[in-house]
Write a protein that binds this ligand. Sequence first.
Ligand code: SF4
Length: 440
Amino acid sequence: MIKLKEKITTVNNILKKEFLADSRPWVVTFSGGKDSTTVLHLVMEMFLGLSKSQQTVKKIYIVSSDTGVEMPVIEDYTSNKLTQISNFIEKENLNMEVNLLKPKVTESFWTLLVGKGYPSPNQTFRWCTDRLKIKPATNFLKSLTENNESILMLLGVRSDESQARADSIAKRNENHRGFSKHTEIPNAFVFSPIKDWTNTDVWTYLSSYSAPWGEHSDMMKLYDKGSGEADCNIALNPESTSCGKTRFGCWVCTVVSQDKSMANMLRNDSDQWMRPLHDFRNKLEKYRYDHTKRQPRRRNGQKSVGPFLLSVRKEFLQELLTIEQHLISLGKMGSKKLISDEEIVQIQKEWLHDGDFFETAITMSHKTNRLIDYNSVKSFSGDEKKFIENLCQENNIPLKLMEDLMQKEHSYRHQIKRTKIFSDMEKLVENFSNGVVNEI
Ligand code: SF4
């Protein structure tokens, strides 16, 4: 403990000296994990020890990322923490600001997977990290560097985390102040005030001292439930390699072969309500490797395993909405949703491109009590849809078959050679009359 006290004093002195040394804003990255919490706690203590005039030297930005697919318990924890921190900042009128960074709706996990049919991410096609985490963070950081000469990012990375982390810290080209250049963002520098702290130091610190905004006991409980140590802090941490193997990762993550964090939580009776999420995540992984669930062509027309079939995407959305409804009935969602209204609208737009002229995403949502405000952009107006429905009814043609045929025709819209369309349509009709569900 004495040694830790010395480390705390040393970090406090360094932070104070660096804070007062120039006016470049600080960005403290906060993932909700133990290391970033420790750094934020230390920064806050240092800041509160400054005089009011010293506090105005620079602004501190506390930034966290919300992928939209965080594990519900973690999302709950992080958003509660951010609220506590924001309330504290407001109450004390501190020169600090909390920012929650989110991906654009056109680049969200559900828009890309359910809307466009991207296969669930894996090690070779890991499309998620860049869109969900890196881009929103980079955009934010760039906007700060544009308005300031430079910025300093304070990260909670430590050599003690792993050999790989120790190597990457050792390789840094640090200046005399211990800052290194951010690899992607010009004029951004990186500083790791607790790089020499051990795991024990971090845990001892967090269990011995309450943060100015509240206790750490809720975070410790979360750590007790799972296993593994890393934070999925890649968004704001250029040295992170741990995304996808983390407690604070996405609940849909299929980049790891098994979601150990969720699996560990499911050992507790009280967390059984998360099982449908776990099963759904496993389905996403299984379907990815099942070529019957994927289109036989890529979007550019190249023959290869392509996006998920539209029918599979519809199955995903239906299941997601059903799970959400179930979790709401258990009182587990609060005001949160598994998928946002904006994402459902965006998914509908994507599906329209793929021939879903009857706006299934919106209909599905309405049936599960998601009353989405949606300005129809469909190819068929209400009148046209009614006309087709009547025509089918009068001529005894099943509407679903008509929809399948129209969708098939639409799928050939960019192809020069359309000869195969006839056999495809024949197959659709045959399947339909044999009671086989068409996979389009
Ligand atoms: S946790 Fe998994 S799904 Fe989420 S961004 Fe990282 S690799 Fe992608």
